[in-house]
Design a protein around this ligand. Structure first.
Ligand code: SAH
Length: 367
């Protein structure tokens, strides 16, 4: 049987296991400090733990098990990491850097985009992640391992002063490969570790879960104790358009999805984000913009427009800037809160799943 991931343990579960193995309670705190403050990558580093405890740990647990396969992009803007997991599965994690705004520290905002599954079962027609099919859910430890890997990676390269033991990023978005709400328990557990005082101590408001629109899970989410943000990939403002590009809409059409979003927003008392990719001649007509205004008003939501990033092997295209602006103007003129993603570095970040696809094809060709 595979050993559990140490990075999936919470303070309580770890304490329970240590006590059951007759180790003293205070070891829990020490181990968690090694992980989340010192970012230890192996048990041997934990020098203030007795040898018998360290060997017990290596018998009982594995770390996240992630190994870097490739890294693309640039250190100043966006970097995409392809990681291999213990079972050989490939996942992608992205570091997005905004230009430095704070001249004193030299830091721009850093957002980490994590994967929640290996592949994806939802088969949105425009998305690269679904192309190689669905393999499995990520364990909570494998979600934390992505953040741990990235934290170490940034800290090793950092030329400016460190952030006082805080993680070197500002936002975490579950927008990598996979549908986070189809892996509810692991994502929820990972979020509680990210947020915990003994864990990454990372503010819930800076964590965003993005979903293709799983209605029962959105309803359940509204009751979770950690108040992270929710983004919904809408991409079509009518069932006719959404049906064409997102098969999930046949299961949970707008008349079910929109009430669930409203319920979430009311319960949490905060705005959710509607993501809307602009794809030429598919969903970028002004009639869709007008419908989108109605939905945004009705759900009291912010709209984030994302010009489509082309995916090798798929026919979809990004509309030219005139069409993008015309769509944006309808939303703006209606007084809806809206942003459009224009930063260059994002090209490499979106279309998640492409690196994995290339690597799978390359390895298949070599076999
Ligand atoms: N399954 C979740 C999260 C992963 S996708 C969801 O659907 O929200 C994260 C976001 O990237 C989604 O809004 C998705 O629709 C979008 N996306 C996927 N492929 C893209 C592409 N080629 N260009 C731009 N955005 C894309």
């Amino acid at each position: 049987m595979n050993k559990p991931f140490l990075l999936a343990e919470t303070k309580d579960t770890l304490q329970e296991k240590l006590l059951a193995a007759k180790f003293p309670v205070f070891r829990t705190k020490q181990v968690l400090e090694w992980l989340y403050k010192m970012r230890a990558r192996e048990f041997a580093q934990m020098s203030n733990l007795p040898k018998d405890l360290r060997s017990w740990f290596s018998e009982q647990f594995t770390f996240g098990g992630e190994e870097l396969v490739t890294i693309t992009g640039s250190q100043d803007t966006t970097q995409k990491l392809l990681l291999r997991l213990t079972d050989g599965s490939l996942i992608e994690t992205v570091i997005l850097r905004a230009p430095a705004q704070n001249e004193e520290t030299g830091f721009g905002r850093v957002t980490i985009c994590v994967s929640s599954q290996v592949g994806c079962a939802y088969a949105c027609r425009f998305c690269a992640s679904g192309l190689a099919g669905y393999k499995r859910n990520l364990d909570a430890g494998e979600i934390i391992a992505q953040l741990m890997y990235v934290a170490r990676h940034i800290e090793e390269k950092q030329t400016v002063a460190s952030r006082d033991g805080q993680v070197p990023f500002d936002n975490i978005v579950f927008m990598g490969m996979g549908e986070p709400l189809a892996n509810y328990e692991n994502v929820n557990r990972a979020i509680s570790i990210i947020n915990a005082e003994w864990g990454f101590r990372f503010g819930a408001r800076r964590i965003t879960i993005s979903t293709s629109g799983l209605v029962p899970q959105i309803e359940k989410l509204a009751d979770e104790p950690v108040s992270f943000r929710l983004a919904v990939s809408l991409h079509g403002a009518t069932n006719a358009v959404r049906d064409q590009i997102m098969p999930v809409n046949r299961r949970y059409p707008l008349e079910q999805l929109l009430p669930a979003i409203r319920h979430f927003a009311q319960k949490r008392k905060r705005m959710i984000t509607l993501e809307y990719i602009l794809i030429e001649n598919v969903n970028d007509g002004l009639d869709q913009a007008k419908e989108l205004v109605k939905i945004a008003n009705d759900c009291h939501a912010h709209v984030n427009l994302i010009p489509y990033n082309t995916v090798e092997g798929l026919p979809w295209k990004r509309p030219n800037s005139m069409r993008q602006n015309a769509f944006l103007k309808v939303i703006e003129d209606a007084g809806v809160s809206v942003t459009i993603r224009r930063e260059k570095g994002h090209d490499i970040a979106a279309a998640c799943g492409q690196l994995r696809l290339k690597q799978i094809n390359k390895e298949a060709a070599m076999a």
